[in-house]
Structure formats: C-alpha cells, structure tokens
Ligand binder design. Structure first.
Ligand code: NAP
Length: 253
C-alpha cells in the first residue's frame, strides 16, 4: 500500500461508550472532502505494516474535525490496537473518501420518507446525514432505527437528541426507534427483517413502507443488510440503481 495516498492526522478526543465501543475524532486536512454517508480509510502501523480499515464518518461534511465510531473486534489486527488510542496519537487517513451510501443517489421516487436502518456502528453514516440541514429540508418523514444487542450498546442517544433539536428544529416528522434485540422487555426486540415482515416497525412509527415514497438505507451487519433487503423486497421495494429505486446499502465488515 502506497503511504503517499495517506496524510498523518492527530487524535483530538476519544470517547468510550462501552467496553467494546468507542468514538474518536481526528484533525481534518483541508484536502479531505466527503459527502454525508461516505467512509474514510484509516491506517494504523502494526508491527511496521500499515493496516487499513474503512470507517464511515460520523461528522457532517461541514465540520472542522472528523469523528468515527468503532467496535473492538476481539483479536482483530486493527481494532484491538485502535482501542488503546489516546489524545495526541497519530493515524493515517486516506486522502480520498469512498462510498455510495449518500442521499444524492436518489432521483426516483422523489424524496418524501427516509428510513435509516442501522445495526451497531452502522449508525455512523446516518449521524452524518442528520447533521445536514438539506436532509431535513428534503424529507417529510425521517425515521432513524437503531438495533443493538443490549441497552449498554446504545451509543449516541443524547447526541441524536441534540442533533435533531438543532438540525431538525421545527421539523415534525422525525422518529428515533431503538431496537434492543437481547432484552425481551424492550418495546422493540425482534430483528429488523421480522419487524418489517410483521409490520410492527411501521405500526410503532405510524408510517407505511411505500415503494412510491420510501428511501430506505441499511448499514451494519452484512447478514442484517442481506435479510432486511429481502424483507423489503417482499414488500415491493426495489434496490436503488442508477438513481431509481428505494433501497441503498452499506455492509460494515
Ligand atoms: P451485531 O451482531 O452486528 O449486532 C448488532 C445488532 O444487529 C443486534 O441487534 C443484532 O441482533 C442485529 N443483527 C445481527 N444479525 C442480524 C440479522 N441477520 N438481521 C437483523 N439483525 C441482525 O453486533 P456488533 O456488536 O455490532 O458486532 C458484532 C461482531 O461483528 C463484532 O464483535 C465483530 O466481530 C464484528 N464486527 C466487525 C467489524 C469490522 O470492521 N471488522 C465491525 C463491526 C462488527 P441479535 O442480538 O439478534 O444478534
């Protein structure tokens, strides 16, 4: 891997959500441009080798710093080193951003209802989109659905409230719906494809998935993405290709 493709950036903050979840911010070089929903490639020197992983940007494209949300993969070459990150440490950042999970990809149907469905750290690109006033202007309804295993893994809840209060001020169509799959007492605790098939998600939100008006974005566990895609297709929704269709996806690992 050519190191010239990377700039060296400083860690400005680290926030730990749970033993296996943390966020960090980096300095943002002037050349690093991205759209909400895109990912960066971050590199770490491990035993003299540059190891690189993809990370969706949590920050808005207008922010001066870059925030990322990470899980610690047990025995993972990258995150088991990254978890010891401290303020002042240096990381490598690919000069270019990547990915097609952006709202600009949608032409038809015209924007009306936005469904952002995430598991775990797949929440990241949606936080970026929600920090863009354009998103709130474009959509009448915005549903952020966030599935985690336990309540302790439910990161960013206060930030979501702050973001929606600031960026969504005066917008009346926003719903935040947490799903806690390993807590039978949680209001919603089934996996996303089940909640779509039995229409419980729509009942909770008070809005139907509709091929004529829904933009549905999926991000997170690759099996969730696959299974949820199928459940949505059963409901008549289609993959977004060349601008047309309802579903856009990003696998997380
Ligand atoms: P996860 O297993 O992805 O679970 C997060 C949420 O997704 C839970 O609510 C889970 O429900 C749900 N889920 C899992 N499979 C699903 C499916 N097929 N359909 C619908 N929902 C589904 O948990 P995680 O903590 O985010 O990640 C777990 C492991 O994934 C990590 O320990 C790591 O090994 C790997 N991972 C790797 C990377 C990487 O960059 N290499 C990144 C993230 C995660 P249930 O409780 O029912 O399972």
């Amino acid at each position: 891997m050519s190191i010239e493709k990377f700039s060296v950036e400083k860690v400005l903050s680290v926030h730990r959500w749970a033993h296996n979840l943390f966020s960090f911010t980096l300095t943002r070089p002037a050349h690093f441009k991205f759209s909400a929903g895109q990912f960066a490639r971050i590199g770490l020197m491990v035993n003299g080798e540059l190891v690189v992983r993809a990370y969706s940007v949590v920050s808005s494209p207008f922010d001066e710093t870059l925030e990322f949300f990470s899980i610690v993969v047990p025995d993972g070459a990258f995150t088991s080193n990254l978890q010891h990150l401290k303020v002042g440490d240096e990381l490598y950042l690919d000069k270019v951003s990547y990915g097609y999970l952006t709202l600009a990809r949608y032409q038809l149907p015209v924007p009306q209802d936005l469904w952002l469905l995430a598991t775990g750290t797949g929440l990241a690109p949606f936080l970026s989109m929600l920090q863009d006033f354009e998103t709130w202007k474009k959509y009448q309804h915005i549903n952020l659905v966030y599935s985690v295993r336990t309540a302790s893994e439910l990161a960013y809840v206060e930030r979501i409230q702050e973001i929606t209060a600031l960026f969504g001020e005066g917008h009346t169509g926003f719903k935040f719906v947490p799903i806690i799959t390993r807590d039978p007492n949680a209001t919603l605790h089934d996996r996303l494809p089940i909640l779509i098939a039995n229409r419980e998600l729509e009942k909770t939100i008070g809005l139907s998935l509709n091929p004529a008006s829904s933009h549905v974005m999926l991000c997170g566990n690759p099996q969730m993405v696959e299974d949820t895609k199928e459940a949505l297709k059963q409901r008549g929704l289609t993959m977004n290709r060349r601008g047309e269709g309802n579903i856009a996806v990003e696998n997380y690992w």
